[in-house]
Design a protein around this ligand. Structure first.
Ligand code: CUA
Length: 324
């Protein structure tokens, strides 16, 4: 009877699934589990597709009408077949559902002892703040092992997408979201924003640099001392570079989404309302902390206010004086 072959084929699939899932890792690695899960769904789908297609082709040719007036055979039903095509798909779906739930939990439960770092999205970049007191822009440096990202946004909704680790999550203003991944070995990985967030959305990219535990400790030590010993000019340069200003304000003279910073200090500036001034310290500081007040002629008011201390603002002005 044909039902027997169907049953044994499907039994083979069901036996294969637990074998496939058996090898568990000591330390969770959601990216690896994701790939396993994806492969499993692909295999189950492929087997079902082949089964249905072969059966369909067989039936098309086998039961083709032989004479123009031939009438089909009347079949009441087949209890065994009906039970099989209800129970077997139900078992497959429940298994895949249970597996999905386990995978979801792996992605959402951060293991204890993960390295924690804060990421803030803005138009158009990522500011990364380390608990050790360091900031970087568009470069997330982490040690090997589990890493937890605590994320928010300065302006609009962005999305932190890290495909190599099979993760992405929205970065929402006024809210904190999180992600974690297991940085198994040293290397570099691409990050991009996966939420249309403005005209510079396509520019919003970063990279994750995974360093060995020793290299990471050395990197932290180096950057900590670098930040403490820097002159106001150097601090200003780091702030301008680290705040993503250049995404909209070029340092080379070309206009971007905002006016270029080249020669900004002492330059004659015309505003949308017709007024004009010579750019000075007060104007530059106001343009950072309250950019909506004076909008330069020919540009749209797109910039969000930045929070900086008076000392930080002074150092930014010191640096901008040198950008000529
Ligand atoms: Cu940020 Cu797209």
């Amino acid at each position: 009877m044909r039902g027997k072959y169907v049953l044994s084929a499907l039994a083979a699939i069901l036996v294969a699934i637990p074998t496939f899932l058996a090898e568990a890792d000591a330390v969770a690695d959601p990216a690896k589990s994701w790939d396993k899960h994806y492969t499993l769904w692909l295999q189950v789908s492929a087997v079902i597709w082949v089964f249905v297609t072969v059966l369909l082709l067989y039936i098309i040719f086998k039961f083709k009408r032989k004479k123009p007036d031939q009438v089909g055979e009347y079949i009441e039903g087949n209890l065994l077949l009906e039970i099989m095509w209800t129970v077997i798909p139900a078992i497959i779906i429940i298994m895949l559902g249970a597996q999905s739930w386990a995978l979801f939990n792996e992605f959402r439960n951060v293991p204890a002892g993960a390295y924690e770092v804060n990421v803030e999205g803005f138009q158009y970049g990522y500011e990364i703040k380390y608990n050790e007191g360091i900031k970087t822009l568009n470069e997330l440096v982490v040690p090997t092992g589990p890493v937890k990202l605590t994320m928010t946004s300065r302006d609009v909704v962005h999305n932190f997408s890290l495909p190599d680790y099979r993760i992405r999550e929205d970065m929402v203003p006024g809210r904190t979201t999180y992600l974690w991944f297991n940085a198994v070995k040293p290397g570099e990985h691409k990050v991009w924003c996966a939420e249309l967030c403005g005209t510079g959305h396509y520019l919003m990219m970063a990279r994750v640099v995974v360093k060995s535990k020793e290299d990471f400790a050395a990197w932290i030590a180096e950057h900590k001392s670098g930040a403490a010993n820097a002159s106001p000019l150097e601090q200003g340069k780091t702030l301008v570079e680290g705040s993503g200003c250049a995404a909209c304000h070029s340092l080379t003279g070309e206009a971007g989404a905002g006016p270029s910073l080249k020669g900004i200090f002492g330059r004659a500036v015309q505003f949308e309302d017709g007024a004009s001034i010579t750019s000075d310290e007060t104007y530059i500081k106001q343009s950072i902390t309250d950019p909506k007040v004076k909008v330069v002629k020919g540009f749209q008011s797109m910039m969000q206010p930045y929070t900086m201390t008076e000392a930080e603002l002074d150092s930014v002005v010191e640096y901008l004086k040198t950008v000529k």
